[in-house]
Design a protein around this ligand. Sequence first.
Ligand SMILES: C[S@@+](CC[C@H](N)C(=O)[O-])C[C@H]1O[C@@H](n2cnc3c(N)ncnc32)[C@H](O)[C@@H]1O
Length: 228
Amino acid sequence: MKFELEEVVPWGRNLKEYREMFNLSNNDLDKNIISFGDGPASFNSELNNLEKKCTSIDLIYQFSENELKERFEVVKKQVLKQVRNNTENFTWKSIKTPDELECLRVKSMSDFLKDFSKGKKEERYIYHSLPEKLNFEKQTFDLGLSSHFLLLYPKLGFDFHIKSINEMLRLCKEVRIFPILNLNAEKSEMLDDVISHFKNKHLVNIEKVKYEFQKGGNEMLTIQHNSL
Ligand SMILES: C[S@@+](CC[C@H](N)C(=O)[O-])C[C@H]1O[C@@H](n2cnc3c(N)ncnc32)[C@H](O)[C@@H]1O
């Protein structure tokens, strides 16, 4: 599906945040990881600097470095305005102020952009739209992550979520999704139905994590194949 640049929201987190959002241990970081809807997170580039393996997929990887940089400047103003207008939705514990949030997101974006062209050539950044099938064999990856993508946008619909998670489970031994809230920091409207759908044939759990920026957003959903 073709997306216009004006429709995308490049806004990314860093390795420390990913570690806290997904309870990633040192052992987990040595696994073969794929991160869905990874956007301009610096997770991939920081892992690559540590000589670890991560594949990121996102719609925004169809755009050039300059296009993403320009779009980020527009999005940055919009997102920070929303955050400043809704400060009560956030904890301000680890990230203390909107200015600190801006610095973190600028740094993630800049680390991502420095790595983007090299990472694309190395097929660490793959332009792809879920729930379309990816060109990898079953169980290629140990761990599949979704940060601030699935469950966060209920308007994507139940069908989209089920098909996307099915594709993630085809490729990965285990899937972790964070947060399990929607954009208003309320329990995601998709959560109960997604759990009911997968719990018969998979191991489904909600686990507490260290990360909490959206108030109450300190849990992740994990889905594993029953045979593990
Ligand atoms: C809020 S960003 C999160 C970025 C990153 N995961 C993080 O937490 O820092 C959500 C990302 O999901 C991507 N996305 C939305 N729909 C998608 C789809 N159908 N397939 C793949 N990526 C998608 C967007 O382009 C965007 O980069």
